[in-house]
Design a protein around this ligand. Sequence first.
Ligand SMILES: [Ca+2]
Ligand SMILES: [Ca+2]
Ligand SMILES: [Ca+2]
Length: 219
Amino acid sequence: MFKSRGSTSATTARTNHAWRTILGGVCALSMLVACGRRADRWGTADQDGAAYAKTAAAVPGKDDVIVNELHVMPSSDTDGDGRVDPIGDEFIELVNVSGRTLDLSGVVVLDSEAPRHTFPAGTTLLPGGVIVVFGSAAPLSLNDEGDAVRIAAPSGDSIFQVGYTSADVVVGISLTNPRDAFPISSPATATSDFLRHDRVPGAHDSNSPGTSVEGLPLR
Ligand SMILES: [Ca+2]
Ligand SMILES: [Ca+2]
Ligand SMILES: [Ca+2]
């Protein structure tokens, strides 16, 4: 399922490019420094930007984009801005499992209370591409006592949703799809569909924004 971080395949390069591009857009709201660090950390040279630009993007349907990892109660500097922030270091990791390039323009990330982030026009995600929304760039405010995260199309139709309870939440440890980037049918629950990050075989850390649990590219 996983390729090495050093892979130079066009697919990987395009995936990383998409992730960097989109994360940059998200982070431009409030955390440019962290974005730069992330780009350096995961960056792979964009070897086929022209092909990327020409790729047609589809409106995502149900379960085309999944929440692959959810960090509700962070205790470390997950966004790389040099500060540990219980709100800013929350994150939601999304993966395109559809096999198509998707247009995320106007796609909304919501919790049970309110919309938390809307992807700007022109945001696309390549097949297998990953995007991480950090709390420092978008006020996720994931409730430690339980909440529901929903990804919705501009029409309001649900793309993906996952709920969790206080029993699922452990300080400093994210909840993750134990089969990284493997499709999940929603509505999902953390209890049934996710696992504590540190309990997934091969996990290298307590969370892994933008990578597999092993810290490798997600395809
Ligand atoms: Ca931080
Ligand atoms: Ca929280
Ligand atoms: Ca991850």
